[in-house]
Design a binder for this molecule. Structure first.
Ligand code: ZN
Length: 198
């Protein structure tokens, strides 16, 4: 085994952001990833559900746009060569977990690939609403969260990631994601309790 040191990254204290110009993005909190019976269950995804819920309730109360992404695959999607079958369109596994059930007024983005911007109308929708800041939560940290955060930053959005509201399969993946978000994409890392919508 190769041992590596995790380079330092900064965790910010209070982050105040405009409710009008911010969207909360909940990445792939679907049964296949976040329910114990799911096909690609990420155990730590259970721990972030209450954290996301807390942020979700505050975001809704503040009038922040809420956007859910859903991995949404065809039956013979080439991605299954890597991961096996998961998040097949219109199945239980592709639904958002019960605890974080979307409201009618929320926006759902169905995506074929890791990146929620790739081949989806997400950027267009955010621009229509004048959104400039994205609070990104969910699973899996180094896969769909990181790719979405990366694209968001490259498109000029300010990225805020609460480190207690993203889940990975192991520590390496988790810290590597935070390091990339912070160093490469200049995203702000903080905790759920420090995010203030105003
Ligand atoms: Zn997938």
């Amino acid at each position: 085994m190769v041992m590596v040191e995790v380079p330092e990254y900064e965790i910010s204290g209070k982050v105040e952001i405009s409710s009008k110009e911010t969207a909360l993005i909940i990445v792939d909190m679907q049964n296949d990833f976040a329910h114990p019976d799911g096909k690609l269950f990420v155990p730590s995804a259970r721990n972030i559900i209450p954290k996301i819920k807390e942020l979700l309730d505050r975001a809704r109360a503040a009038g922040v746009k809420v956007i859910y992404t859903q991995d949404w695959h065809m039956k013979d999607d080439p991605e299954f060569k890597i991961w096996g079958e998961h998040a097949v369109a219109n199945t239980w596994g592709a639904e958002i977990v019960e605890e974080l059930k979307p409201l009618e007024s929320d926006i759902l983005i169905k995506k074929l690939r890791y990146d929620a911007f790739f081949g989806t109308p997400l950027d267009h929708i955010l621009r229509i609403y004048g959104i400039r800041n994205l609070v990104i939560t969910g699973t899996v940290a180094n896969i769909c969260v990181l790719h979405t955060a990366g694209s968001a930053a490259l498109l000029g959005y300010k990225v805020i990631v609460p480190i207690d509201a993203i889940a990975a399969l192991n520590d390496f993946d988790y810290h590597a994601s935070l390091r990339q978000i912070s160093f490469l994409y200049r995203g702000i890392l903080t905790k759920v309790e420090n995010i203030l919508f105003k």
